[in-house]
Design a protein around this ligand. Sequence first.
Ligand code: KG4
Length: 336
Amino acid sequence: MNILAFESSCDETAAAVVRDGRTVLSDVVASQADMHAIYGGVVPEIASRKHIEAVAGLADAALERAGLGRGEVDAVAVTYAPGLIGALLVGVNFAKAAAYALNVPLIPVHHVRGHIAANYITHPDLEPPFVCLCISGGTTAIVDVRTYTDMAVLGATRDDAAGECFDKVARVLGIGYPGGAPMDKLARGGDDGRYGLPRAHVEGAPLDMSFSGLKTAVLNLVHNAGQKGEALDLPGLAASFAAAVSDTLVPRTMEAARLLGYGKVAVAGGVAANSRIRADLERACAASGDGLYLPALSLCGDNGAMIGCQAYYEYLAGRRGGLDLNAWATRDIAAG
Ligand code: KG4
């Protein structure tokens, strides 16, 4: 079954063709990051307009690279939630038109479910159930992946997402947007004990997380140093920050894995590319005996292949979208 999939939830327009869930025939992405970098973050209206410009060409490119004609598409899939509403609507409306024109089913896909599915592409042997740490620009959650389409959130951030926190701190340090990857690079040469940064605990909710205090702590540190005219040890600060984020994420993920006992831990989303978090999870899983599944670096960020992969399992579970399909800025992963 060939699924033509679209992703447009934030600042990447992406299209892909995925066969039977796990074979990626093509995967094309047009990033708008350079455009938004001028403003230090994503400008929603610009994102929507850029998606409109890119989506039709990407659809043709995805089919051409897959070596398929339009008549060989068996279904169209699209990210319909969560994300920037205007950006999502571009993909949703294009996908609706494509499904109608090709006379094939339309499959709505939850963006974070797509990120989780990136692991199925990287690890052909991976099957649910497993625990998945979902960490992106908009989401930070520990998810119980019971089946391909039955999921529950075990713990989540109460405020900022981990990626958002990386981006805001990078902006304050003048590193640019998006800041996660350059912060990661900078941290590699730094002493992670250089600055004492907070690790928050949510009273009564041991698997929940909070990053706003960490973000404020870095901001205060930078402002205080500026006022006193002191130079900051930037690699040390980046390493101390990455350690604080990882110390918040990894023990909770491992506790969830212990409670559920599946023996499998996966990671998903843009922040899954972070070298500190990956290394800490590798150590923790080696100690606990859990199998660790990390997505390929190329599949951590937003892409169409992950949407096409998850769409296959949504299709098998009977999920279909009508021409009245709407986009949602927020939507629980359990609702699908
Ligand atoms: O999954 P993604 O591409 O978009 C969303 O679905 O949100 O994630 C983007 C986020 C950004 O916040 C970016 O700074 C972060 O992932 N990111 C990283 C790294 N690479 C990307 N954060 C930490 N370390 C990285 N190596």
